[in-house]
Design a protein around this ligand. Structure first.
Ligand code: ITT
Length: 189
């Protein structure tokens, strides 16, 4: 099954390649020579994922999918949510993580979750798949694997942050792994 993955985030591309293995012949935006900054102006993961996948479908007329994801922190009313990629106003993750840690200072409730919504466009029709993982925001950064907010997110049932975990372990339990498993299950039907 050949699918274009509408993402310019190399980390996501690598994770989805590792999770999906040979189940999907994944083409990146580079492979189709798309270097556009794809607009993301929605207020939900569902809207943004659909906006990205439709952008590619309308221009390249191919089966494709997009992932819109982020971190939802309960004590911050679900922030950064859809604004995860640029929470501090920049894509600098040191700054984005620092802003989260600053805003949580003094708060006892540090529960959070990562969520992913995948929008698949197959034969011109859209299908959505969701994955989430519950956990908490740690008091400080730890670990250097993964990307984004991984150094400050500790999934429930683990003593390690996502950034301290073996990538294969993250890719077995993550929000993205859950959503991709649903996508593959659907494609296999
Ligand atoms: P594309 O839209 O091109 O796919 P993006 O990085 O802008 O790339 P999003 O709009 O979905 O992607 O932003 C999601 C942000 O949430 C992402 O930049 C990360 O900072 C964060 N995020 C998502 N999944 C994550 C994960 O598994 N680990 C850590 N941070 C994650």
């Amino acid at each position: 099954m050949e699918l274009v993955f509408a993402s310019s985030n190399e980390h996501k591309v690598n994770e989805i390649r590792a999770i999906a293995g040979s189940a999907i012949n994944l083409k990146s935006l580079n492979d189709i020579a798309c270097f556009d900054d794809i607009p993301e102006t929605g207020s939900t993961f569902e809207e943004n994922a659909g906006q990205k996948s439709r952008y590619i479908f309308e221009r390249y007329h191919c089966d494709c999918f997009a992932d819109d994801s982020g971190l939802e922190i309960d004590a911050l009313n679900g922030e950064p949510g859809v604004y995860s990629a640029r929470y501090s106003g920049s894509r600098d993750f040191e700054q984005n993580m620092q802003l989260v840690l600053d805003r949580l200072e003094g708060k006892n409730n540090r529960t959070a979750r990562f969520r992913t919504v995948i929008s698949l466009i197959l034969n011109g029709k859209e299908y959505l798949f969701e994955g989430s993982i519950e956990g908490k925001i740690t008091l400080q950064r730890s670990g250097s694997k993964g990307f984004g907010y991984d150094p400050i997110f500790q999934p429930d049932g683990y003593e390690l942050s996502f950034a301290e975990m073996d990538p294969a372990e993250k890719n077995r339990i993550s929000h993205r792994a859950i959503a991709v498993a649903k996508l593959i299950n659907f494609l296999n039907q």
